[in-house]
Design a protein around this ligand. Sequence first.
Ligand code: FBP
Length: 560
Amino acid sequence: MTNLSQLHIERLKYQPKLPESLSGGINSLEMLTGNVTQSVRDQEQIKGLFPNTYGKPEITFKKTPDVKSTPQVNVGVILSGGQAPGGHNVIAGLFDALKSANPNNKLYGFLGGPSGIIEGKYVEITEEFIHDYRNTGGFDIIGSGRTKLETEEQFQSSWNVCKNLNISAVVIIGGDDSNTNAALLAEWFVKNNADIQVIGCPKTIDGDLKNEQIEISFGFDTATKTYAELIGNIERDANSAKKYWHFVKIMGRSASHVALEAALQTQPNITLISEEVEQKSMSLDSIISYMTDIISRRASMGKNFGIAVIPEGLIEFIPEMKSMISNLNDIMAELEKSGELQNASSMNDKFSLVESRLSSENANVYSSLPSLIKSQLLADRDPHGNVQVSKIETEKLLIEMITERLAKMKSEGTYSGKFSAQSHFFGYEGRCAFPSNFDADYCYSLGYNAFALISFGLTGYLSSVRNLTESADKWIAGGIPLTMMMNMEKRHGEWKPVIQKALVDLNGNVFKKLEDNREDWAMNDRYLFPGAIQYFGPSSVCDRTTVTLQLERAKTPIGV
Ligand code: FBP
């Protein structure tokens, strides 16, 4: 590799930290078996769908002085879904664990996401190959994809590919949807006596793959630190020029964890939380009123500037929008099947077609939106049936509606300020940043631990590393049965087993911190400027994880 930045060169040299239990290597581990588990909800249905992998115990590992030897194995690895900082380190940890257990072990990386295992596209990962990717962001080592692994044919061809490569274990690095697929594949392999283990690793910058057992998904720490740096910079710009309102939409497809964490790190004037909008049944109109009130009160103090943070998924949580989008999803599936949507000659024809099929209430909501948003709502769904909220410019919608509202207030004599807005969308900027020390260590440990689970013959487990607000040596490594996190949800009109997404807990410490401070942050400029991620320096600064995790763990400490 040539032309590397000094930071890149330094990060390649970084040695990620491991929990003490894993530090003796794979051959010096003892497995401690906990109680049998059950799924978070819908136990009977989940048990019926996963008869072979349901109810397994939680696992933790302990270092032992007895050294065992492990037979030679070949392992495959898949990166699935959206990029998240640290994916390369999961693979590096897996690779180092596998080679330390037996130098003849081989690691194959499936290319381009789950489609790689179906189509047999792979590369063998060697020390030379992986070296340049250690502690770097991105998923470019083998690429990623969003193919949904779910059909009998896909499972069968995955098995054939694994047989050809003599692969006896597959590690799937992904979010809730990808780990649901991992659970399905694990069950299918056991049912068909394929003798192939499947282990998942919790990834997503969105931070919504977490629960009692999984404290955080990897990538959330680095991505939120990156967005906080950018928001802090914008706050300083706004506070210098004092002439713009900046509307920052921030990634996180469903849950608002990313927006909340970035807000706690930077203290902007307005932070919307989708979960609160839904709980309080706030209409789009009432959101506009809430924001306009702050903007006009600040204007009356002579402050015609500010920063508003808006979660990417907001639109789907506004009750009237949620109902309209769900109706829209159904009719779009029908219109696409019949070819009518593709055949419509202009955008306006598409709008009319859609409006004629929506219920009258939903058609009213849809037709009230600006054309830009209407067309963005017609963009393709992702393979899991999700609306691609990253393509919907909610920040622009809010600016447009607030501008109109303020003009009306001005004409009525209730507002006399100036409103000039800039819109931003932060998402892709943070997904491939150099992983923070926390993510570099956490990911390496998750990958290393994934091979520990493999070496004990487990399948249908998620690699778990806990106690993460302590120093890395005190982290607890183990495994959680994937079925433990599942419940039944309606997808594409059918009930499916899926890993439950964690939304922002409106009764929790983290949201409360925002709630307690937001009036002060709205009116008084309490901006924080965290600056760039700190990779070097005292561990208390550069290894520290998110405010979210610290507040959550402060409430629910687990015994070590
Ligand atoms: P994952 O759930 O796969 O981790 O991806 C999350 C995410 O980064 C969302 O925040 C965002 O809405 C989405 O991916 C964007 O998807 P794409 O990369 O396909 O544009």
